[in-house]
Write a protein that binds this ligand. Structure first.
Ligand SMILES: [Zn+2]
Length: 61
């Protein structure tokens, strides 16, 4: 079975490839097409920001 995250996308021509080093079509730079937008770290950072905001408001009162 193919492992998720192996697929790369060329930043030059937009082609998808399983190559790790360079695009087989144009030799362009490869990037993982799905950045960790919804990673646990991001959720925690958002939660922390929310808590900080609440804490600041309470201190002012
Ligand atoms: Zn390419």
């Amino acid at each position: 079975m193919a492992v998720k995250g192996m697929l790369r996308k060329c930043t030059s021509c937009g082609a998808y490839t399983l190559k790790q080093d360079a695009c087989p079509l144009c030799g362009g730079w490869l990037k993982i097409p799905h950045p960790a937008k919804f990673s646990p770290h991001d959720r925690y950072s958002r939660f922390r920001l929310a808590l900080k905001g609440i804490g600041a408001e309470q201190k002012e009162e």
